[in-house]
Design a protein around this ligand. Structure first.
Ligand code: B12
Length: 410
């Protein structure tokens, strides 16, 4: 289940998997962030994708369908990370990427004989990746343009599940196919659900040239390397890039080194952000609190920095040791995992491990304080006057977040 937030993002996993389903099958797509699941649905097969925080909820949902003898197929990040656990709650599980095995399973299902586990031993090429089926999007006007060009990340940071899920193998779709999907959305605002669009900057530059004529606006996640390449930024800006989500993670170099993300050089952050702004691109900083090297002062230090450089948006997270990651293994060995209630692995409302230099309560309070301070009138004024890039949309968005944090606690 995805809790509805201020910005309710279009889910593409199931509309994408639906594109592999034979045309004589009828597909119903329910996104729980939009509407509840009717467990009395008359269907032959149920497929569910989910992240770790939704695991227990999904297991209960699966049980309700299975009670009615409807087979349930589970896949997605949590299943890939915890296959043996998920297997107990499903008729079939998909471990890893499904491009090769999903069509095979659908054929097997039609014959009535199928395996209980399909594992992606070879990472799929994505050469023939189809477009997600838009008629299954919850925004039927297709203004919510969401797609991916590449998959995977070349880096192996301890806290990130990607290195485990994709073994650091970056794959790319053909540029013409991505550009065609990009152009096919009626709306103007597009998000690339890529893990790191700066993985292969030459590929990204060719993509930017191909999508420029569409005159749409887009945003994506990218590592800090995006801001070190002037040509990347220039072509990105020309093709309509309005914001880059940059995984800064921490303003403490010791913290970055500790989790093997030492390629983030804290002393370059201000310069990189300034350079991205110079191309008219806003920065959304991804920040994580709770590393072993974080002291209680980290919250104010981080906010002082974000305000001084004029970052337009930020996503704060509480460090969360997702199962399967090196971080999880280390904290488990050190006896510091406080709970295995996956619903608490949400990075926002709960601290699931014992931090080194503060109590779990201080970490949670510090995280809340960061959101509260970042989305306060004073901070918004300070940041957006320091760097008024895209003020016409960054200001309203900041105000929406401000009211959300104040009135809805999001
Ligand atoms: C888009 C996205 C989101 C979106 C939308 C989520 C969605 N379901 O569409 C939003 C912003 C809501 C989101 C939220 C969160 N996300 Co997220 N998200 C992503 C992202 C960037 C892309 C997912 C995507 O659409 N990929 C494209 C589709 C086509 O690929 P796919 O989903 O991987 O599916 C493939 C296979 O996994 C498989 N498959 C998947 N599901 C199923 C189901 C069946 C039945 C079958 C057969 C196959 C199958 O088949 C597909 C084709 O190969 C991924 C990174 C990634 N590469 O996965 C992170 C990622 C999945 N998210 C992550 C995290 C941590 C979160 C949050 C906890 C963050 C937070 N602090 O709030 C929340 C959790 C939300 C919740 N309550 O569940 C982690 C996963 C951690 C985990 N253990 O679950 C990832 C891997 C990012 C990372 N760097 O670690 N996320």
């Amino acid at each position: 289940m995805r809790r509805a937030r201020v910005l309710n993002f279009q889910q593409i996993t199931m509309p994408y998997l639906a594109a592999f389903v034979p045309s004589n099958w009828e597909v119903i797509h329910i996104d729980e962030a939009e509407s509840p699941v009717d467990i009395a649905l008359k269907v032959d097969l149920v497929g569910i994708t989910f992240h770790t925080p939704s695991a227990f909820h999904v297991y209960k949902l699966a049980a309700q369908f299975r009670k009615r003898a409807i087979p349930v197929v589970l896949g997605g990040p949590h299943v890939t990370l915890m296959p043996d656990e998920a297997q107990a709650y499903a008729d079939v599980i998909f471990v890893g990427e499904a491009e090769y095995q999903w069509p095979q399973f659908l054929r097997d299902f039609e014959t009535g004989k199928y395996a209980h586990r399909y594992s992606a031993n070879i990472p799929p090429t994505l050469e023939d990746a189809p477009m997600a089926r838009k008629e299954l999007f919850h925004r039927r006007d297709y203004t919510a343009g969401r797609l991916f060009a590449s998959r995977g990340c070349a880096y192996g940071c301890d806290f990130c599940t990607l290195a485990v899920m994709y073994q650091r193998k970056v794959r790319k779709r053909p540029i013409a196919a991505v550009a065609a999907e990009y152009a096919s959305f009626r709306g103007k605002v597009i998000i690339f659900w890529d893990d790191n669009l700066a993985n292969d900057r030459e590929y990204a530059k060719a993509l930017f040239r191909a999508i420029e004529p569409c005159k749409k606006w887009w945003s994506s996640q990218a590592s800090i390397h995006a801001g070190e390449d002037e040509e990347f930024l220039e072509l990105a800006a020309r093709s309509g890039c309005k914001q880059l989500f940059i995984g800064l993670e921490s303003i403490s170099q010791a913290s970055m080194n500790e989790v093997h993300k030492g390629f983030n050089r804290v002393e370059t952050y201000a310069r990189v952000i300034e350079r991205i702004h110079a191309y008219g691109i806003a920065v959304q900083a991804g920040i994580v609190f709770g590393f072993d090297n974080d002291m209680e002062s980290i919250f104010d230090e981080t906010l002082d920095f974000l305000e001084a450089v004029g970052v337009q948006n930020a996503t704060f997270n509480i460090l969360t040791p997702y199962p399967g990651t090196r971080l999880y293994q280390r904290l488990e060995t050190e006896g510091r995992i406080l709970t295995r209630d996956w619903s608490k692995y949400n990075s926002r409302d709960d601290v699931v491990f014992r931090p080194q230099n503060m109590s779990p309560e201080t970490l949670l309070e510090g995280y809340r304080y960061a959101n509260w301070r970042f989305y306060s009138c004073k901070s918004i004024y300070q940041r957006l006057s320091r760097s008024p890039v895209g003020l016409w949309w960054t200001l309203p968005l900041n105000l929406v977040y401000m009211s959300a944090f104040r009135y809805y606690g999001q």
